[in-house]
Design a protein around this ligand. Structure first.
Ligand SMILES: NC(=O)c1ccc[n+]([C@@H]2O[C@H](COP(=O)([O-])OP(=O)(O)OC[C@H]3O[C@@H](n4cnc5c(N)ncnc54)[C@H](OP(=O)(O)O)[C@@H]3O)[C@@H](O)[C@H]2O)c1
Length: 341
């Protein structure tokens, strides 16, 4: 029995048959939710690249279908067997298994273990939390990792790749706020104005970092990078990072392989740091949300400009857009028909 869940609620469901994928908004019952300790009424969710993969029937993300994607949720607890949470509490849930094999936030309700939940930091409303979502958490974790590696703004500019995307645009915003001279690398020239308003000092064409070179090192002029692209781009960023700098590897939109020599590491002490928002440990996750809450309170208006708000019915179109690399900024999903941004 999932207390607080009505007999029927709406969800964006994905069905996978013999080579075909069918998806859309359906009425479902409490039986689609697992029996975890905390039931949350979803106030909003957000669309990430991983959600689009799940919505496409990608078995690397979701093994069992039918399924409800949505790796991000901000909402209100409606029932809890976990003594840390009570009905009425505001909570955020991102990562872990949510939206992968656990029904996710593209629905009016989710059921999750208490360990997956964080409380929103002061000054961060649910809509703000989802404007940031996993993308913002990833960007905040990347910047924390760069700072811990000693790659501060005094070493030189910081490159952000895939800059017009979710992780990229929020990394531009957070890095500029942290005092870096930010170079936004993008394949979307029309995003230049937006990236400059988020704090980019320079906007560079994606191609600049995409050329393969046999040279083991290039001019070491960067403090480092937040990279969402991988492949040749990541290898080139390592070659261009200054002594003591660091590169945070976040994504693979350009390729999963990495061909490098050891020279950036042994001749310049460059650090390659990984970012995994899905399994980030509790303390680091809470600290990153606190960074995001502060940034939102002081400067959230800039991020609002990045946001498109959609209902469940509009998700289909948005899934197609993100798969085609045509999403600029962030898509916040509001499963309930009432309420405003
Ligand atoms: N490590 C983690 O915890 C974590 C968390 C979230 C996401 N990710 C990963 O980070 C990456 C970005 O995720 P996202 O949610 O920000 O996705 P997104 O909103 O779709 O943004 C991806 C951006 O990458 C650029 N891009 C697209 N295709 C490209 C290509 N072939 N080569 C180079 N650049 C390309 C585009 O930006 P421009 O046009 O501006 O270049 C695009 O907007 C994905 O690989 C995702 O899986 C990782």
């Amino acid at each position: 029995m999932k207390r607080g869940v009505p007999e029927s609620f709406r969800a964006f469901r994905v069905h996978v048959g013999d080579g075909s994928v069918r998806r859309g908004v359906e009425a479902v019952g409490p039986d689609v939710l697992p029996d975890h300790d905390v039931v949350v009424r979803v106030r909003c969710s957000s669309l990430n690249y991983k959600d689009a993969l799940s919505a496409s029937g990608n078995r690397g993300v979701t093994k069992e279908f039918p399924h409800t994607p949505g790796i991000d949720v901000a909402g209100i607890v409606v029932s809890s067997r976990d003594e840390r949470f009570a009905p009425g509490d505001c909570v955020i849930c991102t990562g872990y298994d949510l939206g992968m094999d656990t029904p996710g936030g593209f629905a009016e309700y989710v059921s999750v273990p208490g360990d997956w939940l964080v409380r929103p930091p002061p000054g961060l409303p649910p809509e703000g939390a989802m404007a940031l979502g996993t993308a913002g958490l990833t960007a905040a974790l990347a910047l924390r990792r760069l700072a811990a590696a000693g790659a501060g703004p005094r070493l030189g500019p910081l490159v952000v790749t895939g800059a017009s995307g979710g992780v990229g645009s929020l990394a531009v915003w957070l890095a500029a706020r942290a005092g870096y001279e930010v170079i936004a690398s993008t394949g979307t020239p029309e995003a230049e104005g937006l990236l400059r308003r988020l704090g980019a000092a320079r906007v560079a064409p994606r191609q600049e970092l995409a050329e393969r070179t046999e040279r083991p090192l290039l001019r070491g002029e960067l403090a480092g990078a937040v990279d969402t692209v991988g492949g040749v781009t990541l290898a080139n960023l390592l070659k261009r990072t200054a002594i003591g700098g660091a590169v945070a590897a976040c994504g693979l939109v350009g390729g999963a392989e990495l061909e490098t020599t050891v020279f950036p590491f042994i001749l310049r002490g460059v650090a390659l740091v990984g970012v995994d928002s899905q399994h980030a440990p509790g303390e680091e996750r809470v600290a990153a949300w606190e960074d995001l809450g502060r940034a939102w309170s002081e400067d959230g208006e800039k991020v609002r400009e990045l946001v498109t708000v959609v209902g469940l019915e509009e998700l289909e179109e948005q899934v197609e857009r993100i798969l085609a690399g045509r999403t600029v900024g962030r898509v916040v999903v509001r499963p309930w028909r009432e309420g405003t941004w």
